[in-house]
Design a protein around this ligand. Sequence first.
Ligand code: NAD
Length: 368
Amino acid sequence: MNYKIGVISGDGIGPEIVKEAKKILDKAGEVYGHTFSYDEILMGGVSIDATGVPLTDEAIAQAKAADAVLMGSIGGNTSTSPWYQLPPELRPEAGLLKLRKSLNLFANLRPAYLYEELKEACPLREDIIGDGFDMMIMRELTGGLYFGTRVTEEREGLMTAVDTLTYNEQEIRRIARRGFDIAMKRRKKVTSVDKANVLDSSRLWRKIVEEVAKDYPEVTLEHMLVDNCAMQLVKDPKQFDVILTENMFGDILSDEASMVTGSIGMLSSASLNDTKFGLYEPSGGSAPDIAGKGIANPIATILSAAMLLRYSLDLDQEADAVEHAVKRVLKEGYRTIDIMPQEEEKKSSVTQVGTSEMGYLIAERIQK
Ligand code: NAD
């Protein structure tokens, strides 16, 4: 089958890491009998340079016409790049926010997985890590506190700021369904995180999540208060499979979960709407400090491409093959500079490679 992939290479290391992810998709296609055609979409600084705006209507139309979009990263050095002299709505990041909105990407998925070989990057104690952890944070991305009405005004002689946290049942139901669907592809456990002891929005969240859970009898549902979840993530991360939560809680918890895994160059992410469509990108930025040096770690983008195969194209075997190839390369001791071990004696047992060699090594290990 042929799949049409929109590709946003973007700025900084974006083009370097996307090139490797395309290499991986092509190899997976060759092994499993698919073809991928790529449509280059301009967004971010490169779009500003070419068109004057970070995202054109034409670019949005291109993204909508694709089966899924694979993205590198956008943006430049925020202190020195002329892009950051522009008004906020014309800066590179405004393109990404506009794209998320135009495509109604309400569900953000961020896996936190600890590779056996990268255990030393994990700041947690050995006895807590055990034989590793593998969780998925499912965060609501277009509602809640970040999108509610806000005002700062003088009230009874005092400057007062108000932010509003609103969720309706439809917004909760659609993200909950996504969370349970993902759990069905994993270890079939959902931890729904809220603050139902205090917030009305959380009490509605809990009620709707329980209703949705009835349609997924194979999935175990538990509720956890957000403060407890923040503690449990560092006390016993192994207990989690899918963490389902609202926008602000997810913002904080997903960063906490990713930090306990170690390197930013390993962290993939996906943003989904209510069709199969999704935008897949590494969690890191455009890393202008290392752009063009051929040393960026392409693994987060390669793992994002694996998520694309799994969640937008339903190619689970192909996604497994890519993830397996990444594990093999790490097991064989290949590392980009950001995941090289610190201690000298450990360094001797691993081989440092650049961006394109890492892509090549992973592609070579994709097999049925
Ligand atoms: P960053 O994530 O780009 O870089 C932080 C550090 O991590 C740097 O030292 C960088 O070299 C390193 N790093 C990041 N990705 C790496 C990789 N794949 N391999 C090896 N090392 C890697 O964050 P920043 O410096 O705060 O931001 C730089 C630019 O990226 C800014 O313009 C910012 O707005 C933008 N940004 C874009 C996105 C996105 O495209 N979704 C996300 C975050 C930041």
